[in-house]
Design a protein around this ligand. Structure first.
Ligand SMILES: Cc1ncc(COP(=O)(O)O)c(C=O)c1O
Length: 393
C-alpha cells in the first residue's frame, strides 16, 4: 500500500533520498551520554540579546503577515553587515530574507534549473544541495574532488568539462561542508570568466565565510570579484554564525533585477519569514560581532583538539580544514562508513556523519563537527581513539 501511494507521486518527490546523516542521528538520538558531533551545529544556545528581540516583538503584537522579501530593517541591516565585513556597499534591494540557508539554495535552484537541466556540483558536498536540485526536477552532475593529506583540491578543468548544453548553473560551496576546502582566488576568477562566457549561473553557498583558520578575518567571496549584475546567487543563513540553527532564517544576495521573482517564489511557498524572527536577526547582525568572534575562536580551538588527536593515529587520513567547522577523515581499512557511524554510536558513544552521505569522493570518510565545548571534544577523541585501538584493522 505504501509503495503504491509513493509510486503515485511525482517521481522527484517520491524518490527523494532519506538524509543519511539524519538516519544516523535517528539511530542514536536517544542514546544516553552520546557526544553528538554528527550535525552541522554547535552546542551553544542562541544568545539572550537575540532571543529577547524576538520576544519583545511578539509582546508588541508583531504576529501578522509581513513583507515577502524581508522587513526593511533586516534588509538594511544585511546591507550594513556586508559593508562592514565584505567591504562592499550594496542596496538593501539586493537582499532577500527566506526561511533558512536550505531554502535559499532551494530558491536559487528553482530560479535556474528544472527538468532536463543540470547543475554541476563539486563533491564531496553537503547532500541537501544535490537533493534540492533533483527535487526541483534537474540533475546534479557531481565532479569529484581529490583528497591528499595536504588538502582537498578541485580540478577546475573537470568542472568546466562537466558543463554541457544542459547545464544551467555551477554550485560552489566555499568554505566547504564537509571538506573545509576554500576555493582559491585564481579559481574563483577563472570560474567567473567561464560562467560569464557560457551564460551560466553560479550558486555561491558562502555560509561558512566567517569560519576560517588562516590569517584572514573571512574567506574570499565571489562578491570580492563580481559585478552586481553577474549571474550569481549567494546563499546564506543565520544558523551558524549566531547559533540560530533552530530558527530557520536565511538570506539570498541577488542581482537587484530579480527582486520581484524572489518575492513571487516566497509568496507561493512560505509567504515570508515571521516578523518576530526577523527582529531577532536584526539584533544578531547589529550586535552579534563579539559572539561570532567568540564562536570562531572556539571552533579554532576545537579544530586543534580534533585534528591533533586524529593526526596522532596512523590509521587516520585527514587534511586539516581551512574553513567551516568539520574534520573529514578516513579510517584506513574501513570503507563502510554508514556501518562505522552506527557502530561508533553503539560502541563508542560518539555521533559522526558517514561520508557516504556526501557523494562521490566522500565515501571513505567520516564527518565530525568541532563547533563544540573543548571538554566534550577531548572526551570524544579519547573514546574514538580507544575504539580504534580495540578494533585494529
Ligand atoms: C553548506 C551548507 N549550506 C547551507 C546550509 C543550510 O543551513 P540552514 O538551513 O540551517 O540555514 C548548511 C547547513 O548545514 C550547510 O552546511
Amino acid at each position: 500500500m505504501t509503495d503504491a501511494l509513493i509510486a503515485a507521486l511525482r517521481p522527484e518527490a517520491g524518490e527523494a533520498p532519506e538524509s543519511q546523516i539524519v538516519a544516523v542521528v535517528n539511530h542514536g538520538r536517544e542514546k544516553p551520554d552520546i557526544i553528538p558531533l554528527w550535525a552541522g551545529e554547535g552546542d551553544l544556545p542562541t544568545p539572550d540579546f537575540i532571543c529577547e528581540a524576538a520576544t519583545r516583538s511578539l509582546a508588541a503584537g508583531e504576529t501578522f503577515y509581513t513583507y515577502q522579501r524581508g522587513i526593511p530593517e533586516l534588509r538594511a541591516a544585511l546591507a550594513d553587515y556586508y559593508e562592514k565585513h565584505f567591504e562592499v556597499r550594496m542596496p538593501a534591494e539586493r537582499f532577500i530574507v527566506c526561511g533558512s540557508g536550505m531554502q535559499s539554495i532551494h530558491m536559487a535552484v528553482r530560479m535556474t534549473a528544472g527538468t532536463g537541466d543540470t547543475i554541476v556540483v563539486p563533491s564531496p558536498t553537503w547532500p541537501n544541495a544535490p537533493a534540492s536540485i533533483e527535487l526541483n526536477g534537474a540533475k546534479a552532475r557531481t565532479v569529484p574532488m581529490t583528497f591528499d593529506v595536504s588538502g582537498w583540491t578541485l580540478d577546475l578543468q573537470a568542472v568546466m568539462d562537466a558543463c554541457d548544453a544542459t547545464t544551467k548553473a555551477i554550485f560552489v560551496n566555499s568554505p566547504s561542508n564537509p571538506t573545509g576546502w576554500i576555493m582559491p582566488l585564481d579559481d574563483m576568477r577563472a570560474l567567473l570568466d567561464f560562467a560569464r562566457a557560457r551564460g551560466l549561473w553560479i550558486i555561491a553557498d558562502e555560509i561558512y565565510t566567517r569560519y576560517v583558520y588562516g590569517d584572514m578575518p573571512r574567506s574570499l567571496s565571489f562578491l570580492d570579484i563580481a559585478d552586481p549584475e553577474d549571474r550569481i546567487l549567494y546563499c546564506n543563513t543565520f544558523s551558524k554564525n549566531w547559533a540560530m540553527t533552530g530558527w530557520r532564517v536565511g538570506w539570498l544576495v541577488i542581482p537587484q533585477a530579480l527582486g520581484q521573482v524572489c518575492e513571487n517564489l516566497i509568496q507561493y511557498n512560505t509567504s515570508g519569514v515571521p516578523a518576530f524572527l526577523q527582529r531577532a536577526c536584526v539584533a544578531a547582525l547589529s550586535r552579534g560581532d563579539d559572539f561570532v568572534d567568540f564562536q570562531v575562536r572556539r571552533a579554532r580551538e576545537g579544530r586543534a583538539i580534533v585534528c591533533d588527536a586524529l593526526s596522532a593515529s596512523n590509521r587516520i587520513e585527514l587534511a586539516r580544514p581551512g574553513g567551516a567547522f568539520y574534520a573529514f577523515f578516513a579510517v584506513t581499512g574501513i570503507d563502510d562508513t554508514r556501518g562505522l557511524a552506527i557502530r561508533l554510536v553503539d560502541e563508542a558513544g560518539v555521533g559522526l556523519a558517514p561520508g557516504v552521505a556526501f557523494g562521490p569522493g566522500g565515501e571513505r570518510f567520516m564527518r565530525l563537527c568541532f563547533a563544540r565545548h573543548a571538554g566534550d571534544l577531548s572526551k570524544a577523541m579519547d573514546r574514538l581513539t580507544d575504539w580504534l585501538n580495540n578494533h585494529p584493522a
